[in-house]
Ligand binder design. Sequence first.
Ligand code: NAD
Ligand code: DAU
Length: 341
Amino acid sequence: MNKLFITGGAGFIGSAFVRMLLDEAPGYEIINFDALTYAGNLDNLDNLDAKRHRFIRGDIANRAEVLATLDEGTDAIINFAAESHVDRSIASADEFLRTNIIGTQVLLDAARERGVKRFVQISTDEVMGSLPEDDAAFFTESSPYEPNSPYAASKAAAEHLVRAAHHTFGLDTVVTRCGNNYGPRQFPEKFLPLMISNALRDEPIPLYGDGRNVRDWIYVEDHCRAILLALEKGRAGEIYNIGARNQRRNIEVVETVLRLLGKPTSLVRPVKDRPGHDRRYAIDPAMVEAQLGWRPQETWESGLAKTIEWYRQNAEWVRRARSGEYREFYAKQYGMEVGSV
Ligand code: NAD
Ligand code: DAU
């Protein structure tokens, strides 16, 4: 299983996974296949070992490009590539359907045609919808599918296609479902890097609705270690829910970040709620812990400190991410300008 075809490896989690493999798992060679959308960033792949990592620009929904790249030899596909931002899916679902659904099916077909040994689909807890605010319920692997946003619906559809490829054609598949990742190199449209980037520049932080929505946060490298275990030891046809038992209300997250940065809470700007905003996510990771022996290594405190430090040290990365298309997105989404960059 040493030749990996990793899609979406120029994005936030994919690039963290590539780095982790190169640092900690010497047996793997990587083809990193990424379309470089607004969220893909070659800066995320600086200084990688060129003997074990090769980048190819390509689109997972393009069968010919995928097949040509697989012909270079692939033992396993790990599919990170996706349109990943809920707010963008509410504005327009087109690209979400093309990449997240059609793209996944193209990869599954190509995997079958080329005899790829294992297919790992990186999915999300959002396929299971929303939990009530004040109760003890958790998402488990047998929770029903109840996707609420176009993004979540497209990821649920992708999971169904993966299941069908396993059931009908016997493809060896594993699905991982994680909650909210945080860490270095996350595009600043997502809430945590948005609040850190804005706070560092004394810009307002838009908080949706009453700010009491709950997310279950996990440091990105902990997620990546669980994916590696799923690749190496996961049972064929299985789904693994991955979470660090770390539920936080959005308002608590903002207040913690502002305190750590020494910035005033007056930067928080309540704005109109996200339509269909899921209230609470909470993952029961008992299965991935018991079957694969996974445990998170970072605490919320240590992971947040590392994340904040990375954004402090990488002002140029942030400046580039916040230029160009991001400025238009931000103005349309929030009705305010991104500060001068
Ligand atoms: P991201 O938006 O940072 O990166 C997505 C990457 O996919 C980008 O590099 C982009 O260029 C690439 N891409 C998009 N369309 C493509 C296409 N058609 N062909 C090839 N490449 C394409 O996303 P992320 O946050 O790193 O998420 C990675 C995966 O993990 C996604 O599948 C997402 O659904 C899932 N996930 C994310 C989180 C999270 O908190 N960020 C949590 C659980 C699951
Ligand atoms: O749970 C896993 C999912 O987590 C992944 O599948 C998605 O790809 C990822 O984007 C993330 O989805 P969320 O919608 O939870 O993440 P986001 O960072 O967009 O928002 C986190 C919370 O913060 C959510 O309750 C909405 C709120 N929010 C978000 C933004 C962007 C705000 O209050 N203000 C904002 O400006």
